[in-house]
Design a binder for this molecule. Sequence first.
Ligand code: NI
Length: 211
Amino acid sequence: MVGDEAMAVLKIVRMGHPVLLQKAEAVQDWRDPEIQRLARDMVDTMIDADGAGLAAPQVAVPLRLIVFRCRAERVSGAPDDQALETRVLLNPEIEPVGDEMALAWEGCLSIPGMRGAVPRPRRIRYRGLGLDGSVIEAEAENFHARVVQHEVDHLDGVLYPMRMQDFRLFGYNEELARAAQAAQEQERAAQEVAEAEARELLGAMQEGVRG
Ligand code: NI
């Protein structure tokens, strides 16, 4: 990379900033150098922040532009849950396919350190323009469908907690990880007790037979 092609990391605004509640405007001309530059900087920013996606309002630009990716470690690898290279979409539109819903954990670079379980359609169809003006059309499921819906929500001023139905499934990453580990240990201990009881019962039955 040379000169003005150098990586640029933009400042990400957090929940509470009014731009995140605004409805973003359509991108008028994909050839506009400022749009090209913004998209590249947003990709750099998403990668630097270790995120799955980023929408222009999150860098305080109220335009309908999103970037996202499905990294191999975030998908199961099943036919309906594949990895995807970074994709840029201008003026994306989505529609659900079927009425099946899925509940899964989401985080947001504008709500750092937290996550929540969000119900969303499992399958969608989306359409938008690529950074070269080509039409991108795709059907998506699972993680891919979720990340696109999360990013398009940002263009309409919607943050994932506004989609949540059960606020008991909302919290700080560290606390939730600790709670999950504790629950796992408790389950293991309960299993050990059950196994000991089963052994005891089996022993008593064998003694009974012998008697
Ligand atoms: Ni977000």
